[in-house]
Ligand binder design. Structure first.
Ligand SMILES: [Zn+2]
Length: 189
């Protein structure tokens, strides 16, 4: 697992004002934050940290792509993302662990000297991922899925169903109503 040291922003030795960081999200990042279920991608994170006396302000600009697996044809495709986020980190005496004051406002103990933004970049990316991971459509409205794969997968699905049905019961009338609906749709075309 990569240590992702670049995401750990050491602020204690810095003078007040703006500091810019160029972070890159790649394989090591996806390995660490494996909940994203992404293996490949390249997202540039332009980070501007404004250091104030008692506060750090982080301005993130994310831009790049992640590779997703299409739920329909199992092919890989690039999903492009771009986002801007802002986060405030207050420094406070007398606390011993980080406190989340609001969604984008954190309070950290005064003696911390660095702050790991990796987890927040992970959350930003997670929110940008589509619920349904499928190929987009072309200009004509046809899905960009691999037609050969779809054909094969459809055959496999039907075979699987047949086998399961055979194991379970003799009745061959017990077909998933959704399949029946699909068949009717196809016949009408
Ligand atoms: Zn597809």
């Amino acid at each position: 697992m990569g240590t992702l040291r670049e995401f750990r922003i050491a602020f204690s030795g810095l003078k007040l004002g703006q500091h810019e960081y160029k972070l890159s999200v790649g394989e090591a990042f996806f390995e660490k934050y494996h909940n994203l279920e992404i293996d490949h991608g390249a997202v540039d994170v332009n980070l501007v940290m404004t250091k104030k006396e008692r506060m750090l302000i982080f301005d993130f600009h994310l831009k790049g792509w992640v590779e997703l697996i299409c739920d329909r044809c199992l092919g890989k495709y690039k999903h492009y993302i771009e986002d801007e986020e802002k986060m405030f980190v207050k420094r406070q005496n007398g606390i011993y662990e980080m406190v989340e004051e609001a969604e984008d406002v954190l309070i950290i103990p005064d003696d911390w000297s660095d702050f790991d933004v990796g987890h927040y970049v992970y959350e930003y990316i997670a929110v940008l991922l589509p619920m349904k991971r499928v190929h987009a459509n072309d200009e004509k409205g046809n899905p960009l899925c691999d037609p050969k794969m779809l054909e094969i997968l459809n055959k496999v699905k039907v075979t699987d169903e047949d086998e399961k049905e055979g194991e379970k019961k003799e009745s061959d009338e017990n077909i998933d109503p959704r399949w029946e609906a699909l068949r009717k749709l196809k016949n009408n075309q």
